[in-house]
Design a protein around this ligand. Structure first.
Ligand SMILES: C[S@@+](CC[C@H](N)C(=O)[O-])C[C@H]1O[C@@H](n2cnc3c(N)ncnc32)[C@H](O)[C@@H]1O
Length: 556
């Protein structure tokens, strides 16, 4: 199987493309607006600020899609729901009312039911959430897994920060990850991790061969199972092992005789490491200086996904992340030689993932690698990109998509594709002066000092446009002291091209090249392969997103 990255709503993708019992491990980290007042859970108000762009997919309202979702559950669409899950949602409707929180739980129930369907019998499911919704989500998971011979295995607590200041309450410094399996027979690799420092410090003795050992108790005193009462070399006690084992340990030089007792020598080089525990304190969250960081606020550390994937899958297994964000799961799955499927509803995520894979693994997985000498395929393409417009009809369909959650997705796709995933999307609510994205070009100023000049992108899907849009773009370039502007239009327009010629050129002093001050790019040209080719700031996406985070305008 090729790896697959889907751009779209995971419910549609799961239903249409992912077959029954094909996934070994699914991890999801769905959005939830945890900053919301917890007491809102019992409120039926529906007047949320639905105009927010990015936050939109984690802002829940009781709307048509919630009504449809409820209907699907009550009618057991495709037979994926259990009686218990239907009863649970009907019960919760009585408790919570048709408000934002029920809308969230309906949407999660629909998706977790599909995830249960696609999991293999030996498959595992991890659900990452926080304490705002965890108890409700556990009810949903229990209702979907347990009646069909599934198991709740663990509630993991990930200490995501050492200190979190919350006014007048305990600092909320943990996330919760539920671990379910589809059956009793599931993949568990018995992964061991490094011993804690405190454990390591117990290995303080050296034997005659220089091996480190720790002294361990051999008596059964206080143990519930009782022990074996006998005398060994003059020392009588309740021992943990029968006398035969004691003799063997002695022959192997694994006993240490104190004045009054016998201790067991545990050798460090025989310790396979610590078994995994429910409370995870050894994986820090990404710091602002972390190399892994991509500027995506809900990005999870690779270490966490490494732990989960290594514990619950083997090489070659299929890993699914249906809310894949900036692609932590898929990047780790790739690193650990697993097959993977990623789904996300925003093009920014898809773009970030494509760039992350290229940066981490040094090639574009969607393209085959051709040997320059023999012209033969050296490495075939290993990634299928689905749901991303490939032709004009697809682009028109995206531009006309009637889904409020997908506001500006056409513009995001156009900017990021044209800019080779090296631009930042302008998600500001209003006041964007028609600018949909920005990139940064390297240049030098009059004093020869390196500078980054703004490149602006404006995207239009109208069938006709007057030349004033070009004039307006020029006005914005002047005001922002930007270098260049690109107007990307769905329909090619001669009148705009003619107007753009009036604004002359920008000269890049560093590279001694000139570029039209304004260029009109048609979507068809872009689909045919036309891309931004400017001396770009290499890590523009990372740093630009950091910048925009500071400006509070993206992914907030
Ligand atoms: C909390 S983030 C996941 C972060 C991810 N674990 C990482 O480390 O990057 C949640 C993601 O789910 C996506 N999302 C929200 N609703 C979705 C839906 N219905 N279908 C697919 N993706 C969705 C959002 O676009 C967002 O990128």
């Amino acid at each position: 199987m090729n790896n697959q990255l889907f751009y779209g709503d995971n419910l549609d993708i799961l239903r249409q493309y992912i077959a029954n019992e094909t996934v070994d491990l699914c991890y999801i980290d769905p959005p939830f607006n945890s900053n919301e007042d917890y007491n809102q859970i019992y409120s039926t108000q529906t007047n949320q600020d639905i105009a927010q762009a990015q936050a939109f997919i984690d802002t829940w309202i009781w709307d048509d899609s919630a009504n449809l979702g409820l209907n699907d559950i009550i009618n057991n669409k495709n037979g994926v729901f259990t009686v218990q899950s239907i009863q649970l949602i009907l019960g919760l409707e009585k408790v919570l009312g048709k408000g934002s929180f029920l809308a969230y739980l309906v949407s999660m129930t629909q998706r977790i039911a599909e995830i249960h369907r696609v999991l293999k019998k030996t498959g595992s499911f991890y659900l990452h959430c926080d304490s705002v919704a965890s108890h409700y989500l556990k009810l949903v998971c229990d209702a979907l897994f347990i009646p069909r011979a599934g198991f709740f295995q663990n509630e993991l607590t990930w200490q995501r920060t050492s200190v979190h200041s919350d006014a007048k309450k305990y600092g909320r410094n943990k996330d919760i990850i539920f671990f379910y399996t589809k059956s009793k027979k599931y993949i568990w690799t018995n992964l061991r991790i490094d011993l804690k420092k405190s454990t390591l410090s117990n290995y303080k003795y050296l034997d005659e061969n220089g091996r480190k050992w720790a002294s361990d108790n051999l008596t059964a005193k206080g143990l519930s199972g009782g022990g074996y009462e006998y005398e060994y070399k003059g020392i009588k006690s309740y021992w943990r092992c029968p006398i035969g084992t004691m003799q063997r340990l002695d022959e192997e030089n694994r006993l240490y005789f104190t004045k009054t007792g016998i201790r067991l020598k545990r050798y460090l080089d025989e310790n396979k490491g610590m078994a995994l525990q429910e409370i995870i304190t050894d994986i820090p969250a990404l710091s602002s200086r972390s190399k892994e960081r991509l500027g995506y606020p809900t990005q999870k550390p690779e270490g966490l996904l490494e732990r989960i994937i290594n514990a619950s899958s083997n090489e070659g297994d299929v890993i699914l992340d249906a809310y894949c964000g900036c692609g932590t799961t898929v990047a780790v799955a790739e690193k650990l030689n697993r097959q993977w499927i990623g789904i996300d509803i925003t093009y920014q995520s898809i773009s970030l993932i494509l760039k992350r894979l290229e940066d981490n693994f040094g090639r574009d997985f969607t393209k085959e690698v051709i040997d320059p000498e023999t012209k033969e395929v050296k490495i075939p393409a290993t990634l299928e990109l689905n749901g991303v417009p490939q032709d004009f009809a697809g682009a028109v369909a995206l531009a006309n998509k009637q889904d409020d959650r997908l506001r500006k997705e056409f513009e995001k796709w156009a900017v990021l594709t044209f800019a080779n995933n090296r631009a930042i999307i302008n998600d500001k609510k209003g006041g964007d002066q028609g600018i949909d994205g920005t990139a940064f070009m390297v240049d030098v100023d009059e004093n020869g000092k390196q500078v980054y000049k703004q490149v602006l992108f404006s995207v239009k899907s109208n069938k006709t446009l007057s030349p004033t849009v070009v004039r307006d773009l020029f006005g914005t370039i002047e005001r922002e002291q930007a270098a260049i502007g690109y107007l990307i239009t769905l329909y090619p327009m001669e009148n705009l091209i003619k107007e753009s010629k009036k604004y002359g050129f920008y000269q890049n002093k560093m590279f001694g090249k000139i570029y039209p001050k304004i260029e009109i790019i048609s979507i068809q040209e872009m689909l045919d392969g036309k891309r931004l080719s400017l001396p770009m700031m290499i890590e523009v996406l990372k740093s630009a997103e950091r910048k925009s985070l500071q400006n509070d305008d993206i992914f907030d």
